[in-house]
Design a protein around this ligand. Structure first.
Ligand code: SF4
Length: 608
């Protein structure tokens, strides 16, 4: 199969550029010269997947090997899927146009739970059985990684193995092992037994799961010599770790189309709702010179005119002034915009704002997350209203006129007063603008309030908490809207049915695989897209299988075995429970640079 086989479909679909490949920076190899063919699959649209840094890193890394050709595959949009099914054409990889069924590895990155039906759909479109047990041969090996791999149980029957934690070193070791087994002509079972011995590799078929009569987990038992607990992988030295010098530059508009600089991994903060903050511990920074060199190489090669300084809380980067000095030396002259997407309001000094103003301004986004100090203390978001307002004032005096504020509804211990506090804080930002003597002349302010529903996630201190049901979510959203009086404030709430399904899948167990498969067979695709998501379809699948979504949203007892208890992300349960108790007591925990909370990850500097 080649590009010619599906070229005739392109005029019949939206955005044909999603399917053609051939973008600058895409890597071509001679298939006869490589041992391993690797289809790196992003289970969402081209525009979403092409914006993802992890995919760019692992694509470059796999292709840096002489023995491997890694290609990109995205979920075909529904129009293309219909045509492929009508014509009996299989899913292909963008670089070669070859069907991915013939590849050695099919790897998915799991960024959000709502992409799970797309994983099944892509396997099916490839012409493969969706269940691992029905794929007998070693090739193609179906693997998955990314943040959702921290509780992969709902996908356990479909995936041959999961990579836990950071993928750079683990995927290299895995490809080495696969190359050796391919040379030997090993079978799938032998390979999986060997792979299960690598740190960070979780083979779900090697764990037997049993349930109590009340539906809770009774036991998780390792088989075939697999470890009782699988520890996540951590790249220790980011300065020495692989980072691409080139990106594939898309030919159509994608969500984020720019150079991305990763300053550090992990987060010092410990916000109690934030899964990324706990999954990615410990903090590891890159040197400013490393970041600067990487940005320069990428801008030179890609022609991008924007660099996004990306990390979980960018302003916590200890060497931000040195980095900005280095970057501004050449970016100002070349008219390259430096943007900082994730800032904490208490760490946005005026000087830094002025330096960012040397390049093109981008919008300001702040995430107070909760409307009152009491609730911000519960979630350990160590910022005050004063921090928010003084930073907003600095921003207004620096010329900014629009501010985005992110909040959550449904946080543990929330009351109506906390919800009213969201509207009050947004109003205080508006009032601050009109009171700022140095505000831009003749301009108004726009404050947009974006409100998500709190979803309790594994490996956080709130992993045992209940999630609000539909009625509570809708009532609270209504209450918030009613509290907003100014036309300068717009409120955007997340779709409640989407959040609820995310909540079910995030803390789900293996039994949910039946529901995911049923929903996919009934037509569920692109569930993260409001226009595609069909809550009634999912509801009927749950009912048909006798599973109750609310059961998965319930509060869990700390003595209960959690579906992810055999996976080890370094942070201990004892620490998470301590943090939960502190949350109930309204006590904050200092960030890691102030005081080590002894989370268990074992920072060398902290000695914990
Ligand atoms: S070991 Fe201490 S310093 Fe390191 S991440 Fe955990 S709490 Fe923070």
């Amino acid at each position: 199969m080649s590009f010619c086989d599906f070229e005739h479909l392109l005029p019949r679909v939206q955005k044909p550029g999603r399917y053609t490949g051939g973008e600058p920076g895409s890597i071509m190899k001679d298939p006869a010269q490589v041992l391993l063919r690797y289809a790196f699959c992003f289970p969402d649209s081209y525009e979403v997947g092409m914006s993802h840094l992890g995919m760019k890193i692992l694509y470059g890394l796999a292709n840096a090997r002489a023995d491997c050709w890694c290609e990109r595959v995205f979920a075909p949009w529904t129009d293309m899927e219909s045509l492929l099914r009508q014509e009996g054409l299989p899913l292909w990889a963008l670089e070669s146009g070859d069907p991915i069924k013939t590849f050695d590895v099919i790897g998915f990155t799991l960024q959000y739970e709502m992409s799970y039906t797309n994983v099944l759909n892509m396997l099916d479109l490839a012409g493969l059985p969706v269940r691992s047990a029905n794929r007998q041969s070693l090739a193609p090996l179906v693997i998955a990684g990314g943040p959702c791999a921290c509780n992969p149980e709902p996908l356990a029957p479909f995936i041959d193995l999961f990579v836990l934690g950071e993928g750079e070193e683990a995927s290299s070791e895995l490809l080495d092992l696969l190359a050796a087994h391919k040379r030997l002509g090993s079978g799938k079972a032998d390979f999986l037994r060997a792979a299960a011995q690598l740190e960070g590799i979780y083979v779900p078929a090697f764990y037997d799961v049993s349930y109590k009569e009340n539906g809770a987990l009774a036991s998780i038992t390792p088989l075939h010599g697999a470890p009782a607990r699988v520890r996540k992988r951590v790249v220790q030295n980011l300065d020495q770790s692989y980072f691409p010098e080139n990106f594939v530059v898309p030919l159509l508009e994608v969500v984020h189309d720019r150079t991305v600089a990763e300053l550090f991994r992990g987060c010092i903060r410990g916000c109690r709702f934030c899964q990324a903050g706990f999954l990615n511990r410990p903090v590891r920074e890159k040197a400013p010179a490393t970041v600067n060199n990487q940005c320069r190489a990428l801008c030179d090669r890609t022609g991008y005119e924007e660099i996004s300084l990306c990390s979980l809380s960018t302003s916590d980067y200890t060497q931000l002034p040195a980095l900005l000095d280095g970057l501004l030396e050449w970016t100002v002259e070349q008219k390259i915009n430096v943007s900082v997407p994730s800032l904490r309001v208490d760490r946005f000094p005026k000087e830094m704002m002025e330096r960012l103003a040397l390049v093109r301004r981008s919008g300001l986004t702040f995430a107070p997350e909760a409307g009152t100090q009491r609730l911000r203390d519960v979630i350990n978001k160590n910022i005050t209203e004063e921090n928010v307002l003084s930073t907003a004032q600095q921003a207004f005096e620096g010329g900014w006129t629009s501010v985005k504020l992110y909040f959550m509804l449904g946080l543990p211990t929330e009351t109506e007063e906390d919800i009213a506090g969201i509207a009050a804080l947004a109003q205080a930002v508006v009032d601050t603008f009109y009171r700022s003597p140095g505000k831009p002349k003749g301009k108004g302010v726009q404050v947009s309030v974006s409100v998500a529903s709190f979803v309790p996630k594994p490996f956080t201190p709130f992993q045992w908490e209940a999630m609000d049901g539909r009625d509570d979510i809708l009532r609270k959203q209504q209450l918030l809207r009613a509290g907003v009086r100014s036309k300068k404030i717009s409120v955007r709430t997340h779709d409640c049915a989407t959040s609820l399904l995310e909540g079910v899948l995030a803390r789900g167990d293996r039994r949910l695989a039946e529901v995911i498969e049923a929903a996919w067979r009934a037509g569920a695709r692109f569930d993260g897209w409001d226009e595609q998501f069909d809550p009634a379809l999912w509801q009927s699948c749950f009912e048909g299988l006798g599973l109750v979504p609310a059961w998965y949203l319930r509060r869990r007892d700390p003595s209960e075995i959690l579906p992810w208890d055999h996976l080890d992300y370094g942070v201990t349960k004892a620490f998470l429970l301590r943090e939960r108790e502190r949350a109930y007591a309204g006590q904050t925990t200092p960030h890691c640079r102030e005081h080590c909370g002894g989370c268990g990850i074992g920072c060398p500097a902290a000695g914990a």
